[in-house]
Design a protein around this ligand. Structure first.
Ligand code: DHB
Ligand code: MG
Length: 224
């Protein structure tokens, strides 16, 4: 079969992580190790290539004001906050005190505590009540999958033209194309959102196969 893509294996994956600026970042490596001691939930942390990618994208667009929904132990927030311009700000929504306590500790260790603000509580309630202090440059959504579309619709109006909304886990471990897996509620929600985003006139969208799949959306000019 002829393919126009290269399937990754462990050594290729290691190679691309190691050959990325933040791929071997000591603080993120230490955080990943500590998160690993929590057990199976550790898989919710974003991967080293995602960390490098988020920092890159955040810097690329000169982001000043960002929002994250789903913080867990902090690897994505650290990656985003590191990419912000000086004086930039990241608002994080998460309901878990224990996991975000780890995140807070690493924000401090990374010297990012003044750039990141945690809104601890249920994002279903907090996100629609959130009033951004200015236009958002970047939104990262990595929380409960069935509420992704709700977070998207709540936050898109606050995103500036050419700002980005990025979603994690948009391939659902391959289940989006699995006849049985697709019927699972979280996967169905993600699949429906992927299809919606691809044809949503308000955004330009691209899916990239980083880790469990990221879906990137750029907000278009008014009037499309
Ligand atoms: C799950 C959630 C995530 O955001 C992720 O990256 C991996 C797994 C989960 O809910 O299982
Ligand atoms: Mg995720």
């Amino acid at each position: 079969m002829s393919t126009s893509f290269l399937p990754l294996n462990e050594s290729l994956y290691r190679y691309l992580v190691d050959q990325s600026s933040e791929g071997r970042d000591p603080l993120l490596t230490q955080l990943r190790r500590e998160t690993g001691t929590l057990g199976d939930v550790a898989e919710m942390a974003i991967s080293p290539d995602q960390c490098a990618f988020l920092s890159f994208i955040t810097s690329l667009i000169g982001a000043q004001y960002a929002v994250e929904v789903g913080t867990f132990t902090g690897s994505s927030s650290i990656s985003i906050a590191r990419g912000l311009i000086p004086g930039g700000r990241l608002v994080c929504f998460d309901q878990d005190f224990r996991y975000t306590s780890i995140a807070r500790r690493y924000w401090f260790n990374a010297g990012l505590q003044n750039k990141i603000e945690l809104r601890l509580g249920n994002a279903h309630q907090l996100v629609p009540r959130f009033r951004a202090a200015g236009p958002l440059d970047l939104v990262f959504i990595d929380a409960d999958k069935e509420a992704y579309d709700f977070y998207y619709e709540s936050l898109l109006p606050m995103v500036r033209v050419n700002g980005l909304i990025i979603f994690d886990n948009m391939l659902r471990g391959g289940k989006v194309v699995d006849p049985v897996g697709r019927t699972e509620p979280a996967t169905r929600a993600v699949d429906e959102l992927n299809r919606k985003l691809a044809t949503d006139p308000r955004v330009q969208s691209v899916m990239v196969p980083i880790a469990d799949g990221l879906h990137l959306c750029r907000k278009r000019e008014r009037g499309y």
